[in-house]
Design a protein around this ligand. Structure first.
Ligand code: ATP
Ligand code: MG
Length: 270
């Protein structure tokens, strides 16, 4: 059965999509079966996986509105197959922006994604969900469907402050909607060790969150930023780049984490 993870942070531009597509590619590279779900109407994770969001006949929107199953809506990317790190893609485009309004009156509106994914869980080792930069109904669908949350963050001055809203939301979802949900870990991204402040914030994170901070650190690396314009995750676009290698390391760390998941007696939301 797949382990399902949301990549979430309500702050914009912190590296959620970069983390989702590169972790998906890294996991595929080390032999894991992966489904990547784009839950953001921007469709960046779809495009960044080599799939043209404008050409998609069915998307995550149809799954949420129950007009298609995941099996019908998922696609593969020829570019990823070619690069040897293929994962399945449940894509998104602007249609998804309407889902928020259309779902307001439907029953179990926050559990639509969970219901859709339940039918394909057995086919994957990992399902990764790229969340939009908001604590919206879409993100709530992601949090209800997931076993855990991966939080990418930049080590900047307000990083810890911004985290408390997300931690509170996760606690509420844990208490009311999804007993399984926990923060799997905080991932330090776009890290530049030459900047003293980033070192200091990184130390603070470790002091506050201890083992919840992933060992792997993703460096600031221009190849990761260039890759989306070629329709590929950095891991596929330039496997030798430092950033790509860090994401493959992170994939291995995630495989280790899920092997140990569920073995601790008291799982907490944060
Ligand atoms: P949004 O909130 O809009 O969905 P996001 O959290 O998904 O944004 P990304 O789109 O992944 O963030 O990243 C924001 C920008 O930072 C992008 O231009 C991306 O290419 C760049 N970027 C992300 N990670 C790195 C990195 N490690 N090194 C250099 N650039 C990076
Ligand atoms: Mg994004």
């Amino acid at each position: 059965m797949a382990k399902i993870f949301c990549v979430a942070n309500q702050k914009g531009g912190v590296g959620k999509t970069t983390t989702t597509v590169n972790l998906a590619a890294g996991l595929a590279k080390v032999g894991q079966r992966v489904l990547m779900v784009d839950l953001d109407p921007q469709g960046n994770a779809t495009m960044g996986s080599g799939v043209d969001k404008r050409q998609l006949k069915q998307t995550i929107y149809d799954v949420l509105l129950e007009s298609a199953t995941v099996t019908e809506a998922r696609v593969k990317s020829a570019r990823l197959v070619e690069a040897g790190c293929s994962y399945d893609i449940l894509g998104a485009n602007r249609d998804l922006a309407g889902a928020e309004v259309e779902l307001v009156d439907v029953e179990r509106r926050e559990r639509r994604l969970k219901a859709g994914l339940a039918k394909v869980e057995a086919e994957y080792d990992f399902i990764l969900i790229d969340c939009p930069p908001a604590l919206s109904l879409l993100t709530l669908n992601g949090l209800c469907a997931a076993h855990g949350v991966i939080v990418p963050m930049q080590c900047e001055y307000f990083a810890l402050e911004g985290l408390s809203d997300l931690v509170n939301t996760i606690k509420q979802v844990h208490a009311n909607l999804n007993k399984e949900l926990e923060i799997i870990g905080l991932l330090r991204v776009m890290f530049d060790p030459r900047i003293t402040l980033q070192q200091q914030v990184s130390d603070q994170l470790k002091a506050h969150f201890a083992e919840k901070v992933f060992d792997t650190v993703i460096p600031r690396n221009v190849r990761l930023a260039e890759a989306p314009s070629y329709g590929l995750p950095g891991v596929a676009f330039d496997p030798a780049a430092r950033g790509s290698q860090a994401f493959v390391e992170f994939a291995k760390e995630m495989v280790d984490r899920i092997t140990n998941m569920g073995t601790t007696p008291a799982r907490r939301a944060a």
